[in-house]
Write a protein that binds this ligand. Sequence first.
Ligand code: FES
Ligand SMILES: [Fe+2]
Length: 327
Amino acid sequence: MLKNFWYACEFSQALTNRSKQIVLWQQTIVLYRDSTGQVVALKDRCPHRGAALSLGKVEGDCLRCPYHGWKFQSDGTCNEIPANPPGVAIHPQAGVQSYPVEEKYGFIWLFWGDLPPDECPPIPSLPEFPDSSYRAVTVELEFQAHYSRLLENLFDPVHATFVHVNTFGGGDSNKQQFLTQGKLILRDWGASSIAIIQQAPLKAIYWQDIGKKKNSKVKLDSSFYLPNLVYQKIDFKSGLLFCIALVPIDDRTTKVKLMCFRNFLTHSWFDRWFRKLNLQILQEDKPVVESQRPYAVPNDINAELHVAGDALAIAYRQLLQKCLKME
Ligand code: FES
Ligand SMILES: [Fe+2]
């Protein structure tokens, strides 16, 4: 488990002033927006009798427990116990843990760790993040897989020919697949690489709509950012970008939260179609990724074999080991 990092954990748009439970590393956390729209994150467990605070009600900036009505401020301090007679002081341990939380790039980021966040790796800066001229759809899907396997899957440039035959995966899986791998760019907490891959838009009129001929080559600019984000730009005539959070529920369960941005076919009418396509692509990955053993990527870099297309995965594994050793 990578500690002392900001995890992208929920879509911004999914959060209102109603409480919502998320799970990160087996810990239930309640999120809500206060009266100013600011996001609040508290441990989703009432210190009184252990009820889930996420079942409670947001009142202004506070959250009231659904069981006996204890009220908690956004910093987790309990400021009201309805059953207490007037004048009775609230026990100092009546509070609940709060988490540092930020909003950026359409995601809610939660700091998971025990160090001050400003001494730790920041929320990544994403280059050329799409502006409002892009239209976004969001898709999520739960996998019975470790998030490290999913992270690698999402920037893996080679599997499309085999796994995504019915969506965007082109070429002929019986033939030699040539892959041009660009230079690897290493960052403090991530890495990027460009791959030129073959895409065959045989079934998806989508690719033809944006001016690509079948069996054309496509530039795929993929990045990962620790602990759990993949960012991908696809060089079509128009822009297509993906920003994907792999939210670790536990060691064997991951929620994929994907944002797909496009600056073509931007009418809302096409949203449904883009959602369906992205979900179908994730569902194509599901059986293969869920079959991988060991669940997490191995600690020993030599435990699995690597070829040219695995450059980014090698960078990921090396950086991951470095960070795990620092803990
Ligand atoms: S369990 Fe929350 S107030 Fe009693
Ligand atoms: Fe895939």
